[in-house]
Every structure is written in C-alpha cells, then in structure tokens.
Design a protein around this ligand. Sequence first.
Ligand code: ATP
Ligand code: MG
Length: 334
Amino acid sequence: MAPLSHFPFVQDASGAGFPAAGEDLWIDVIRKMDEVYADLIASQTALEERNIELERTLAELDSAHKKLRQTQQQLLTSEKMAALGRLVAGVAHELNNPISFVFGNMYALKRYGAAITDYLRAVDGGHSADELAELRQRLKIDRVLADIGPLVDGTLEGAERVRDIVQDLRRFSASQREPLETFNLVRLIHTASDWVLKALRDPPELQLDLPEKLDVTSRKGQLHQILVNLVQNAADALKGRDGGLIAISAATQGDQLVLRVADNGAGVAPRHQDKIFEPFFTTKPIGTGTGLGLYVSYNMAGKLGGSLDYADAETGGAVFTLTLPLVSAEDDGE
Ligand SMILES: Nc1ncnc2c1ncn2[C@@H]1O[C@H](COP(=O)(O)OP(=O)(O)OP(=O)(O)O)[C@@H](O)[C@H]1O
Ligand SMILES: [Mg+2]
C-alpha cells in the first residue's frame, strides 16, 4: 500500500485533511486499511493459536520433566538396591567364614563332649586304673581337655565376627538421614574393601597405607557406601588383569581427611573424564553398571562438606581422592 503522504492533501479551515484527488481514492485508502486491519487480525489469531500451542508444548515439557525426575529418583533407589545387592553378596561371603568356623568348632565340641561322657561313665563304672588309663588314651582325653579352651574362644570370636558384620549391615541399610557419629575410619576401610573383594572369585591384591586409627565424625553408612563404590569400580577395572592392585591410603591434612583409592587398571579415557560423575554414565555392559555409583558418591561427599575427584594414577590406572572434614557439620548430609 502506498503511504498516505503520497496523496495530495489540502487543508480546510478546521485544519482536517482530506484527499483532493476525489472520493475514489479515499475509498481505496479505506479498503486498503481494511485489508491491513484484516491481515492484522489474522496475524493476531495466528499468534494466539501459536501461543496456545506453545503453552501446550510447555505443559508437555513440564510433565516430561516431572516424569524424568521421577525416573531418576527410581533409578537412584535402584542403584541403592544394586549396591545393597552387591553388599549382600559380600556379606554372605563374609558371614560364611565365621559361620563355618563356628560349625566346625561346635561339631568338635560335640565329639569331645561324647568322649568325656564315655570316660566319666567308665570312671563311675568302677573300672581298674589300667583300664581307665587305656580308655583315657584311646579317647584322647588329655588332648580333648587341652583343646576345649581354644575351641570355645575360637567359637566366641566367630560369633563376634558375625555380630559385627550384621551391625555393619544394619548401619548400611540405615536411612540417608543417619546421625553423625565418631568412628575409626580405618576399620570402616577394612570392612568396605573386604566386602567387595571377598565376593570376587579372583580378587586383586589390596595394599593399605593407613594409620593405626583415624577417628572421624561423619555419617558412617554413607562413607561405607562411597568406599564400596570406589573399591568396586577399581575391582571392575582390574577384572581379568594379571597383577591387579588396589591401593587405599588415608591421612589427615589439617582438619581434613584425604582418602585415596587407586588401581593399576586402564584408568578413565580422557574423553570420559568429565562425564564419570554424571548420572547414568557407564562404560560397563548393560546390566552390569547403572552409572550411578560415582554420581551418588560425589553427591554424598559434597553433602558431607567434602569432595570427590578423579586423576590419572602415576603408575597408570585411576585414582579417586575423597576429601572430607574430619568433623562434619550437623546440617551437612540432610
Ligand atoms: N577405577 C576406575 N577405572 C576406570 N574407569 C573407572 C573407574 N571408576 C569409574 N570408572 C568409569 O566411570 C564410569 C562410571 O562409574 P560409576 O561408578 O558411576 O558407574 P558404574 O560403575 O559404571 O555403574 P554402577 O556403579 O552404578 O554399578 C564407569 O562405567 C567407568 O567407565
Ligand atoms: Mg560403579
């Protein structure tokens, strides 16, 4: 449409303008304006429709986002379950030793009890001293008596071991909001690595560089889970390799704890290094890894006021460094 300024205007006395070229031109202008107006209305309607469409898309995106969050939550729970499953396998293995020990001892004690009963019956039965001496030798009564003490001690030790394992398991299954407690981290490192490695058919060598005792105030179950995840990853990285070695060290640095879990596997490929802490990143075959172990551990470390980092180990392989305050703050980890 030609701009209005192209039409020759004259001014009347009131100052209002009108086209001098006649009514036709004026009608033409009005028609053009009508067309423009209709175009505008059509564009507005189109815009409104587009808006409605956008709102619908937004609502769909919102619900997809909610679903994703839900799925993520479910997967996090399933990671916990998977970790628990691995632990249960470890625990079953770990429990097996003391239990078979206790069983073996109890069978021996039962046999010893029968021998002692036989001998006492013979004593009560008025046998001669020679007969009793012969019986005593045959029933190995002296060896039995000497053995009873160590057998009972060994059995008690086995039962205590079972009790400790069950206590550790209860701690692991405790809720995320477990209370802060002061405990010896060295013992926790032993239990966590034992649980992973004892469940393996061909475990790698474990090298520990730990102080006698290292008291920390933290959330024991969470630290246990972080340790199990790191040791499990190291063990996975060494699967099928000869001379596999996992080195765990822990030391204090000022008011911080610095714990390292290193292995001499292949390490993390440079292109994967910025992805390993992301949820669901895994290079393991489907059904083996969920890719949540490091994500969960990273977040737990953060909530405890610390950090978890990866570096290539000097000797090749991976080294994960967990830094934590020796004393976590009460509001951390909630
Ligand atoms: N010690 C390691 N050596 C080499 N690669 C590692 C090591 N630890 C982790 N990774 C890499 O980081 C990835 C992510 O580890 P993460 O623990 O989060 O998941 P995952 O072990 O694959 O599965 P999940 O722990 O859930 O069973 C692994 O798949 C692996 O590629
Ligand atoms: Mg893992």
